[in-house]
Design a protein around this ligand. Structure first.
Ligand SMILES: [Zn+2]
Length: 297
């Protein structure tokens, strides 16, 4: 009988998932609860495989493991560790670095980093749940100067566009951050296309890059004045920046978006931590495997 894992207790977690069989059993629910479909030929009839947690297609005899075609594919360490890393990345307020995880789980740092990349991929927004209420959008720079360097090479800041949906005067319902190449309307438009719904009203500063977007989105412009307006947006940005500073020494262009995804995933679920691990497992199961040749540049 499948029981969804709930809560943030590490004791309960470690007890529930103390063997890799228990982890695989959990995954098999999400893999096959609505039936089997062969990934090679699409056939639905199957036998139980000889190895535990595998199924064999009756049509083409393809053997499919529970982790095939998911982000758990070819994970190089025990699933109990993978589950613990996911639990840590989703339930702690700030997540952690691969160096730290490598020490805690006695795995290679690169292996830890690669698995974290897979988890971050699962954390990426589907864009299916648009922001619909009062929103604010802005751009910022994250990362920062490399210490002791001036001139070329000193500036490794990344441009990021953010959008939040506010909840009254003091709260933020949800927020998203997207790496952009520049502050043109084309780049800003990508953020709007992905996250802004028909009923949303978006407040921006007077930047002209937002003007062409007005034909498709309900945008109201207001001069930005420090400590007067856009306070919630600035709070969101500050949180994002201090998280990056605290956990990572350097973030590369190539992976900036995945760090944004990690931050926003946790931020947007601060009120639903009870199910957050289970939600992450489901996302790992439906996302396609990540190319293992990720070069950390
Ligand atoms: Zn088949």
């Amino acid at each position: 009988m499948f029981e969804q894992f709930q809560g943030q207790s590490l004791i309960k977690f470690a007890d529930t998932f103390k063997t890799s069989e228990k982890c695989k059993n959990y995954l098999s629910h999400y893999k096959w609860h609505s039936g089997f479909t062969c990934s090679k030929c699409g056939h639905s009839h199957n036998w139980k495989g000889i190895k535990a947690f595998t199924k064999v297609c009756k049509n083409c005899r393809h053997v499919e493991s529970v982790t095939a075609n998911t982000l758990f594919h070819k994970v190089k360490f025990d699933l109990t560790k993978a589950f613990l890393i996911m639990f840590e990345m989703s339930t702690t307020s700030k997540g952690t670095s691969s160096t730290n995880l490598a020490k805690r789980y006695e795995i290679n740092q690169k292996t830890a980093w690669l698995f974290m990349s897979k988890v971050r991929k699962a954390m990426g927004s589907s864009g299916k749940h648009s922001l619909e209420g009062h929103c604010e959008a802005d751009e910022c720079y994250i990362g920062g100067h490399k210490e002791g360097k001036v001139g070329r090479g000193a500036d490794n800041k990344k441009k990021v566009a953010v959008i939040i949906e506010t909840s009254g005067e003091y709260g933020i319902k949800r927020g998203y951050a997207m790496k952009i190449d520049n502050c043109s309307s084309k780049e800003l438009g990508k953020l709007f296309e992905k996250h802004v719904g028909n009923r949303a009203e978006v407040k921006t500063d007077k930047w002209k890059g937002y003007l062409p977007l007005m034909s498709d989105f309900n945008i109201v412009q207001e001069k930005s004045e420090p400590t007067v307006n856009f306070k919630l947006t600035h709070r969101f940005i500050q949180g994002l920046k201090s998280w990056i500073r605290g956990v990572y020494h350097h973030i590369s262009d190539k992976f900036t978006q995945s760090y944004m995804d990690e931050y926003c995933y946790r931020f947007n679920r601060h009120g639903s931590k009870v199910n957050i691990f289970d939600n992450l497992v489901q996302k790992m199961m439906v996302a396609k495997p990540l190319n293992c040749n990720l070069n950390k540049t």
